[in-house]
Design a protein around this ligand. Structure first.
Ligand code: NAP
Ligand code: MG
Length: 484
């Protein structure tokens, strides 16, 4: 996969690497540096990928589940041996710090192992029948061809938590990763190939959503679509899927609150809120973007938060001292700076940050930012900014804090800081979010538990853990009567 020093990220269809139109894959910390050369697929290659997955389905489905699991387990071992190298390329391609990138690769390894183990779990149930001669059972069967469409912000963990269960439960897969992270995608695919995955079982389509999206999502041979990304793209895919009768699952954006009550440990809360808001440069779907602080401690808390934001090292993701890297691309940078300008024009008070870090050259660096005193209807309080920006609101007591926290169309994650167990349990009950964290940042999840959002953040189904089986399989009910 390497030409000279620069790796090439190509599509992989029916067991073959496939060429396409060249495009550079840039390092957001130093956009003049080409991390990889991409070869972009077109719509015809995307359609071929679906055909390849269809052709491979009968064989893969017939393979005993424990044998499928063994392939996933071997693939995990391959990826684990390469975790440092893959993490380094990923940090250069996407801009996450090296520690976060290597950590995410290791998480993908753990996810592959988890779903390898799931292939040994029971795959159905028997039922008592009204007839004495009947064996009545129901079993989970694969769906067929699953299309996985994934974003750039977790370019290996999200693909792993979609592809591993899809394969474990007997589906074949067409995977369209984000245009911004083709190389990390190729590395995951290579690990699965070296683990022994047969031709056509996983097909990688490295292509732009605008060029290959319709050919994939509208293809009649696609049985199910699992999508993580923005609301605009996700809802359009869902509308089309409903029309075509394709099973679909969406995980979308958030506007996640962190609520800090007056009795919270303020040092701990500030550190956790800073982590939620600024790590990965705020580009997590579960990132903290609204901070709701009790008026009684607002000054003391915000001083702490602003001081952390101003002191965390912003810089090259490969520097071990760096805590916050660049944002992923120039359009992302422009979008975030646009929100910041709007916040200034709208009378927001910038406690820290608020601009691009020009001293870091042409990299896409935004200083960690804390903004207060915005109007309640400001777009900065309502829309996902997807950058290292925390907007703050003040509240009086628990009731108002929860009301503010729920005042959003999104419902992905939420966190609460308090020492009051009663308040914690009430918050867990009243907040409309799919993930609730008490005394912890809103980001950071464990793969063995269900994950997903409420309201506009999701299509309502859940990913990860054992519940992944709900989406990636279907029930078949069998009545067997003893021959007369
Ligand atoms: P995005 O622009 O929606 O892209 C997501 C994926 O969809 C990419 O692979 C993209 O390809 C593809 N795509 C774009 N247009 C398409 C089309 N017409 N048909 C089919 N596919 C198409 O989102 P993003 O900017 O990569 O990711 C950030 C968003 O994801 C944020 O809103 C974030 O909150 C959300 N997110 C949610 C979760 C969650 O679990 N809830 C997790 C992570 C991220 P290209 O890259 O080629 O455009
Ligand atoms: Mg890049």
């Amino acid at each position: 996969m390497t030409s000279g020093q620069i790796p090439i990220a190509r599509s992989f269809v029916a067991g073959e690497w496939r060429d396409g139109a060249p495009a550079p894959d840039l390092n957001p910390a130093r956009p003049s540096e080409v991390v990889a050369e991409t070869r972009l697929a077109d719509a015809a290659l995307a359609a071929e990928a679906v055909q390849a997955a269809r052709a491979a389905f009968p064989g893969w489905r017939a393979m005993p589940p424990p044998a499928r699991g063994e392939i996933l387990r071997r693939s995990a071992g391959v990826l684990e041996r390469r975790a440092e190298d893959v993490g380094r390329e990923f940090a250069r391609e996407e801009g996450k710090t090296l520690a976060e990138a290597v950590g995410e690769v290791r998480r993908a390894v753990a996810i592959l192992r988890y779903y390898a183990a799931q292939t040994l779990e029971p795959d159905g149930e028997t039922y008592p029948s009204a007839s004495p001669s009947m064996l009545l059972y129901a079993r989970r069967e694969p769906l067929g061809v699953v299309l996985a469409i994934t974003p750039w912000n977790f370019p290996i963990a999200i693909p792993a938590w979609k592809i591993a269960p899809a394969l474990a439960y007997g589906n074949t897969v067409v995977w369209k990763p984000a245009e911004l992270t083709p190389l990390t995608s190729v590395r995951l695919l290579e690990s699965l190939r070296e683990g022994g995955l047969p031709d056509g079982v996983l097909n990688l389509v490295v292509g732009r959503g605008s060029a290959v999206g319709d050919a994939l999502t509208g293809h009649p041979e696609v049985d199910a679509i699992t999508f993580t990304g923005s609301n605009a793209v996700g809802r359009a895919i869902q509308r089309k899927a409903v029309e075509l009768g394709t099973k679909v699952q969406l995980e979308l954006g958030g506007k996640n609150p962190a609520v800090v009550l007056a009795d919270a440990d303020l040092d701990h809360a500030a550190n956790q809120v800073a982590r939620g808001a600024f790590l990965s440069a705020g580009q997590k779907c579960t990132a903290t973007s609204r901070v709701i602080v009790d008026r009684a401690i607002a000054g003391a808390f915000l001083d702490r938060l602003a001081s952390l934001a101003g002191s965390w090292k912003l810089g090259d993701p490969l520097d071990p001292e760096t805590r916050v890297g660049p944002v992923v691309s120039e359009p992302a940078l422009r979008s975030i700076l646009g929100y910041l300008d709007e916040g200034r024009a709208g009378g927001g008070e910038f406690l820290v940050g608020g601009d691009r870090a020009d001293e870091l050259g042409d990299g896409y660096f935004v200083r960690p930012t804390v903004i207060s005193s915005l109007n309640r209807d400001s777009r900065l309080l309502r829309e996902e900014i997807f950058g290292p920006v925390a907007v703050t609101l003040e509240s009086d007591g628990f009731e108002e804090a929860v009301t503010l926290a729920n005042d959003t169309p999104f419902g992905l994650s939420a966190s609460l800081f308090t020492r009051d167990l009663g308040a914690a349990l009430r918050f867990a009950q009243e907040i409309r979010a799919g993930v609730v964290k008490v005394n912890q940042e809103s980001a950071g999840i464990e793969f063995q538990a269900p994950f997903g959002g409420m309201k506009q953040s999701s299509s309502g189904s859940r990913e990860q853990g054992k519940v992944a089986r709900e989406f990636f399989t279907q029930w078949k009910t069998v009545y067997v009567d003893r021959a007369p």
